[in-house]
Design a protein around this ligand. Structure first.
Ligand SMILES: NC(=O)c1ccc[n+]([C@@H]2O[C@H](COP(=O)([O-])OP(=O)(O)OC[C@H]3O[C@@H](n4cnc5c(N)ncnc54)[C@H](OP(=O)(O)O)[C@@H]3O)[C@@H](O)[C@H]2O)c1
Length: 290
């Protein structure tokens, strides 16, 4: 008899994310085990509980979800979880990493852009791309052949964010670091850009309307900040393909519908095999179904 599906949620925060729990239930997992305040040195025993209970052929029905609000802390849990598996005996379970929604959000934004524009060889700017969402959007766009520019208020931070992408970039040209700390630098960064994805912290305006209107090369803007004021002034959080002065606009809620579909589909896909590690590139593969 087919075993029940069990999703084991590992979260470093004081309370396991309610958002992630709701999505798990909406993805029809049979059982959800939620663990909060998980420390890296506790992960091994939790993973062993997952891999040593069912036989290898049933382990596809057990999976891990690693979430939480602090992506760095969650990445430490992911590393420990992968290290605790015993793949040589088939004793492993699939893992989805989506701390703070970084992978599903980046995948949704890039999928929307790729369905709308031909991105190959085109100049795209990830504004404030040093955070978890921006880094992943930069990676995905580079993989799609776009000429990616990743900005920060300091050039060193932009360069470090690109270094962090490391081997994942593979053969494709790495994103280029740019400093955007004032309007002059912003205008310089926008030269010839067709797509801007704004991935700055919540409630920070990064692209004033007057400057945006001066760049006729712009075809599309996506603002992932849902907290007023908008990251891209003159757009709306609800925008879902709204055309404003010839520019196609998406806001955080406009992207959110696809983000949720990707999240649910990624959880469902976990239970097809026991050897998957779903990070940015794997989550984007799921996004291609939409
Ligand atoms: N729609 C959704 O479902 C969803 C899901 C997840 C996230 N989000 C949103 O997506 C955006 C990106 O998320 P994230 O977690 O990657 O962002 P984040 O790490 O909080 O911030 C990204 C970057 O914003 C810049 N920044 C921070 N404070 C700033 C300030 N006061 N002025 C100017 N720039 C500032 C920093 O870049 P530098 O220091 O390098 O300049 C930072 O690295 C956020 O707005 C988040 O709320 C949306």
């Amino acid at each position: 008899m087919e075993k029940k599906t069990i999703l084991i949620q590992l979260d470093p925060d004081a309370h396991a994310s309610v958002f992630d729990r709701v999505v798990a239930i909406d993805s029809n997992v049979n059982e959800l085990f939620s663990y909060a305040n998980v420390q890296p040195d506790q992960v091994r025993d939790l993973v062993h509980g997952a891999i040593f209970t069912r036989g290898p052929k049933d382990l596809k029905n057990t999976a891990l979800f690693i979430g939480g609000g602090n992506v760095e802390k969650s990445e430490a849990l992911l590393a420990k979880a992968l290290g605790a598996m015993v793949p040589e005996y088939g004793l492993r379970v699939s893992v989805l990493f989506d701390a703070n929604g970084c992978n599903t959000t980046a995948a949704a934004a890039v999928r929307i852009a790729a369905k709308t524009l031909d991105l190959k060889g085109k100049k795209v700017l990830i504004l404030a791309g040093t955070g978890p969402v921006g880094q992943r959007a930069a990676l995905l766009l580079a993989k799609l052949g776009a000429k990616v520019f990743l900005s920060s208020r300091t050039i060193e931070k932009a360069q470090s964010a690109i270094v962090l992408l490391g081997k994942k970039i593979g053969e494709c040209p790495a994103p280029v670091a740019v400093q955007v700390a004032n309007d002059v630098e912003l205008k310089s960064a926008l030269e010839g850009v067709e797509l801007v994805i704004s991935t700055g912290a919540a409630g920070v305006c990064l692209l004033p309307e007057k400057i945006r209107q001066a760049f006729s090369s712009l075809k599309m803007v996506i603002d992932l900040n849902a907290v007023p004021p908008m990251g891209i002034e003159g757009t709306s959080v609800m925008d879902k393909g709204a055309v404003r002065e010839g520019v196609i606009c998406y806001g955080a809620i406009g992207v959110g519908d696809l983000k949720m579909k990707i999240h649910r589909a990624a959880i469902a896909a976990l239970f097809t095999r026991n050897d998957q590690v779903m990070d940015a590139l794997e989550v984007y593969e799921i996004a291609l179904n939409f």
